[in-house]
Design a protein around this ligand. Structure first.
Ligand code: C2E
Ligand code: CA
Ligand code: CA
Length: 242
């Protein structure tokens, strides 16, 4: 993995998020892969834990943010309507004292719209320290989303105080929504909760028109999933944006 970083074998694929009513692209999420010359494209679940154990997640995480920012600049330069790009952040990154400075440095001078996604369980871990960091990130015009919402343990008292703009409902709820009335109730409740706190809601892992239709009825704002597009390399994203 160290060699992979040195030899620039990591790549970012991009998965669009779309408005549930208009199906217009509202932003994209950057998802890392390792282009291993021996075995081909390796998905993140197979190497992120190892990056975290070795601390390599710090340089690789910083690389992901600067690469996303560079790709965003490229899209603007091409005259495309460049979407905001959300990058996933790991616990180890967030825990660093200098996390905010490292994000600022990775984004670079010209503020292309870079956002961050942080998992729910992670945010609630050291809430007081995290609120301060999140506020500083907001000051850099970085928007923040709570990822995998519903799988962790959120304190509702804190949720209202967190400087976040978006909740992403975890794929597991979307998956069971169609055949499990309880899952449907939970999704509906999460959407109402988010809206009551003036947060935007994104449903993850939407694969069928039926799910999209239900989510639209439940007034979910945006969706992401194979129904609209899988994560794609930059060149394909360019085509999607034209
Ligand atoms: P995540 O942030 O929850 O990302 C969503 C995952 O669901 C992605 O898997 C995506 O490809 C997949 N997905 C999207 N739509 C659908 C769908 O309709 N059906 C199904 N079955 N899956 C769908 P991926 O790319 O394998 O990423 C897995 C996880 O790895 C991510 O989960 C994220 O936690 C982590 N990850 C990815 N890139 C980075 C990164 O740059 N840094 C860090 N720290 N973590 C990353
Ligand atoms: Ca994510
Ligand atoms: Ca997620």
């Amino acid at each position: 993995l160290r060699r992979a970083l040195e030899q620039e074998q990591f790549v970012l694929h991009y998965q669009p998020k779309v408005n549930l009513d208009t199906r217009e692209i509202t932003g994209v999420e950057a998802l890392i892969r390792w282009q291993d010359p021996e075995t081909g494209l390796v998905p993140p679940n197979q190497f992120i834990p190892l990056l975290e154990q070795t601390g390599l997640i710090l340089p690789v995480g910083a690389w992901a943010i600067s690469k996303a920012a560079a790709d965003g600049r490229r899209l603007s330069e091409m005259g495309l309507n460049a979407p905001r790009i959300a990058v996933n952040v790991s616990a180890i990154q967030l825990r660093q004292r200098k996390f905010v400075a490292s994000v600022e440095q990775a984004i670079g001078r010209d503020q292309h719209g870079i956002d961050l996604e942080i998992t729910e369980s992670l945010l609630m871990d050291d809430i007081q320290a995290n609120i301060e960091k999140l506020k500083s990130l907001r000051a850099l015009a970085v928007e923040l989303a709570i990822d995998d919402f519903g799988t962790g343990h959120s304190s509702l008292a804190y949720l209202a105080k967190l400087p976040v703009q978006t909740l992403k409902i975890d794929r597991s709820f979307i998956k069971s929504m169609g055949n499990d009335p309880d899952a449907m109730t939970i999704v509906s409740t999460m959407i109402s909760l988010a809206h009551a706190m003036r947060l935007k809601v994104v449903a993850e892992g939407v694969e069928t028109e039926e799910q999209a239709k239900m989510l639209r009825l439940l007034r979910c704002d945006e969706m992401q999933g194979y129904l609209f597009s899988k994560p794609v390399p930059l060149a394909l994203l360019e085509a999607l944006l034209k």
